[in-house]
Design a protein around this ligand. Structure first.
Ligand code: M6R
Length: 623
């Protein structure tokens, strides 16, 4: 949460900083600010609200400097006011920060004893005071850093300027990401690559505790103890045009429509052409361990956890391994029993979610191997895992996760099928059939996306409903949860997702004529798969039909998401969406898509800021 950008080069930093902040806005957007150092004085401009408010404030300003920092905030300590916005300035020091300084109160009370005056409610301001104290003693930015860092507790990244060193900016990453971007005459510091993709593709990923001292045309990287390092310069996989909206009204809509390609990219490289089965090369490293697994603990947050819930169905069915799914925020606090022959599977789009990372570290303590499914290369999760399976979805900018989710499901499918093979649970023929089903997935996703017009019409009818109830059974139950989450986060409508069998245990009390009820009722149209996969789909359709009737009897307005050619659910429902015919394991991936589109179109009709919904940030890097 919070986005940082720093520039040290040869141009006026204003445009570069504002452009970088817009690209980082998905990390937080309740206030923003920039600071530019010119003529040995750093000028600070801040404003409440989104970046365009800051941009308006700066529209007539021109600067002589070529060094500056910027910040977009997601408030943790202190309300989202201009006063609490970054940069924070104390004396000669100006600073932006992401993360939390956990022992800031302790520092604050010491600083108050030496008459420090605080102008904000943030933890960040203590950092600026600490730097200022050190600089007043005659220390340089680097020396001040080395003095202060051992006294800080928490996960953070920050960038600081000193009026007396107008050619330098310094950045530190410790539990929160910070990357250095390099060109011949300029260097950048940023919370993630998206802020600078249009400027350079050469970067250094700072490791925890590392310090980057950016001078004109030169960067030095130090350990927390001050030892000079030879950093590894990486070339980025993503390109600047992936960051554009490409004619779509919102990133979210673009990302929904990218799913066919994103899934194809995720599958690519994981099919063995000789055996025509799924073979994920990265798994070779853990082959023996995987053979003898007796338990998998999936840990993730939000949408990624919903993917994990579908993964449980896949893993238990295809690989016959007992699988738990936990919230990142619960896992480590409940003292999980982590056995020797178990595996922790972390799922995260960003790879920077604080609770998911903490779960990974917890499993490390118990010497349990960690496998992660992640979208962002070189993220903290990717760096710390034993094995990383990259989803290759490309940058996901909309705060509401869409293509990350369906590509996570794709990888979970592949992982479960391969694990089933490794463990000798599924036959080579069955593995081949499941692989064949998967190869058709991008085509089926494409076909599903063509239902958008029909979904837009349903959205028109549902736009004012105050309450949405999503229900599904078996592997469609997590899709009910995910669909409800998608709708609430971008449209602010009250929505609940439930396993349909739970209806009578309470939630049926919520159903009245104003309730929009979405019934996920796809058929498994792959009979062989059905036979081998177990009796979990078509039999349950009869049961969910009874649930539908119970809702209908109470006046709920029903939208069923079923399979094309259906004659039962379409007849009983006010609206019906017929998905392409698919197998049990492919169905949840397909039914996700109309639900994303429904949420998107309802939110658009309600006029919300779809890509930047209120109170949210794309990447939750604090607890
Ligand atoms: O980056 P991660 O996948 O770890 O993020 C996890 C959640 O914060 C994320 O999925 C969140 O729930 C999304 N806003 C949902 O659309």
């Amino acid at each position: 949460m919070c986005g940082i950008i720093g520039y040290n080069g040869i141009q006026d930093p204003k445009g570069i900083l504002l452009d970088g902040l817009k690209k980082l806005e998905y990390r937080g957007y309740d206030s923003a600010g920039i600071a530019i150092l010119e003529n040995n004085k750093t000028l600070v401009f801040r404003s409440e609200g989104k970046i365009n408010q800051l941009e308006t404030k700066l529209s007539t300003k021109k600067f002589n400097g070529s060094l500056g920092i910027g910040h977009t905030r997601w408030a943790t300590h202190g309300a989202p006011t201009e006063n609490n916005a970054h940069p924070h300035q104390v004396g000669a020091v100006t600073l932006v920060h992401n993360g939390i300084i956990e022992n800031y109160l302790e520092h604050k009370s010491h600083l108050e004893k030496s008459n420090a005056v605080f102008k904000s409610d943030t933890d960040t301001e203590i950092l600026a005071h600490l730097f200022n104290q050190a600089i007043k003693l005659g220390l340089s930015l680097k020396e001040a850093c080395l003095k202060i860092l051992p006294t800080l507790k928490g996960s953070y990244a920050f960038v600081a300027l000193n009026d007396n060193q107008p050619d330098q900016m310094i950045g530190v990453a410790n539990g929160a990401p910070l990357i250095v971007g390099l060109t011949k005459n300029e260097n950048y510091l940023a919370s993630d690559v998206q802020a600078i993709l249009n400027r350079t593709n050469k970067v250094i990923y700072l490791k925890d505790g590392q310090i980057a001292l950016c001078k004109k045309g030169e960067v030095e990287i130090f350990t927390p103890e001050g030892t000079l390092l030879k950093p590894e310069i990486k070339t980025l996989h993503w390109t600047a045009d992936q960051m554009e909206k490409s004619g779509y009204r919102h990133y979210m809509l673009k990302e929904i429509h990218e799913q066919s390609q994103a899934i194809a990219n995720t599958i690519s490289g994981n099919i063995d052409p000789t055996s025509e089965t799924i073979q994920i090369p990265e798994l070779k490293k853990l082959q023996d361990k995987l053979k003898n697994l007796n338990r998998i603990s999936i840990v993730a947050c939000g949408t990624a956890r919903h993917a994990g819930l579908v993964g449980k169905y896949y893993l238990e069915k295809f690989a016959r391994v007992s699988t738990d799914v936990d919230f990142g925020s619960e896992f480590r606090y409940r003292q999980p029993v982590l056995e020797k022959n178990s595996l922790t599977l972390l799922i995260s789009q960003s790879g920077e979610t604080a609770d998911t990372l903490a779960a990974l570290r917890e499993s490390r303590v118990h010497e349990v191997p960690a496998l992660s499914i992640c979208n962002v290369r070189e993220s903290s999760l990717a760096r710390e895992s034993d094995i990383v399976l990259y989803t290759n979805a490309g940058p996901e900018i909309g705060v509401a996760s869409t293509k990350a989710f369906t590509t996570q499901l794709t990888f979970l499918y592949m992982f479960a099928v391969q694990l089933g093979q490794i463990r000798g649970v599924i036959s080579p023929e069955y593995a081949k059939e499941l692989t064949n089903d998967l190869m058709h997935l991008p085509f089926l996703v494409d076909k599903t996306l063509r239902l958008e017009k029909q979904i837009e019409e349903i959205a028109l009818n549902f736009q004012d409903n105050p309450f949405f109830f999503y229900m599904g059974r078996d592997n469609q139950y997590p899709i009910a949860l995910e669909s409800a989450l998608k709708l609430k986060e971008i449209s602010y409508a009250h929505a609940e997702g439930y396993p349909a069998g739970e209806l009578k245990h309470g939630p049926i009390a919520l159903i009245d004529r104003q309730a929009a009820v979405i019934v996920l009722a796809t058929q498994n149209t792959s009979p062989k798969t059905f036979h081998e996969a177990g009796k979990s789909d078509n039999i349950l359709l009869e049961k969910i039909l009874s649930n539908l009737q119970q809702v209908k009897a109470r006046g709920g307005q029903i939208l069923s998401v079923g399979t094309e050619g259906d004659t039962v659910f379409s007849k009983e429902s006010k609206y019906f969406i017929g998905l392409p015919k698919a197998s049990w394991a492919i169905n949840p991936i397909l039914s996700t898509i109309p639900m994303q589109l429904l949420a998107y179109h309802i939110a658009s009709l309600r006029g919300t800021d779809v890509d930047k919904p209120r109170n949210l940030a794309k990447s939750v890097t604090v607890e």
